[in-house]
Design a protein around this ligand. Structure first.
Ligand code: NI
Length: 174
């Protein structure tokens, strides 16, 4: 198995139906709880263990989810209020290398994600079928509909949480 992709790489077979969108929103809704469960009771040395050789530590993965999903929230808001905005991409590797991402307790990002997700889920559940067809431009991914972005971020949360849960399983951390 490729340690980078425990649940497989991102695939989009969309556009999603309204029912599929509701399932994806539920997956995003569960993310803070699942992340909290994934890092529960880990010691500092465990939090500073990379999930794969040369990969991010459990702590960095946790803070990356907050970084990424803050950006995603802002992208959705821009796209709903502007015509095809061009997104300011961020360098996730360098963000994760900054001191806060390397050293802050995971609880900080868990709290941030919990509050962020309450806003995010309210927003996502309010979107109409037409809203999900709105688009933004991103220099790496090109033109993205909010429907595709919804699929991407539902995958992204599960993807990174599975880095932590598969490490826990592999190393027998209970
Ligand atoms: Ni990521």
């Amino acid at each position: 198995m490729d340690l980078r992709y425990p649940i497989g790489e991102f695939k989009y077979d969309g556009p999603n139906t309204r029912e599929q969108q509701a399932v994806l929103i539920d997956q995003i809704d569960e993310e803070p709880r699942n992340l909290c469960e994934a890092v529960k009771d880990l010691f500092p040395e465990q939090l500073d263990t990379p999930y794969r050789p040369d990969g991010w530590t459990v702590r960095q993965v946790t803070h990356h989810l907050a970084d990424s999903h803050l950006n995603s929230y802002v992208r959705f808001k821009w796209t709903l209020t502007e015509e095809e905005p061009t997104i300011k991409a961020y360098d996730e590797v360098r963000w994760s290398d900054l001191d806060d991402a390397r050293s802050a307790p995971p609880e900080v990002s868990l709290l941030l994600l919990e509050a962020l997700h309450r806003r995010r889920i309210l927003l996502l559940r309010s979107l109409t079928a037409a809203d999900f067809k709105r688009t933004y431009r991103h220099r790496h991914t090109g033109l993205m509909t909010l429907d595709k972005a919804l699929s991407l971020y539902a995958w992204h949360g599960r993807h990174h949480i599975s880095h932590i849960t598969s490490l826990r399983e592999k190393l027998g951390w209970q």
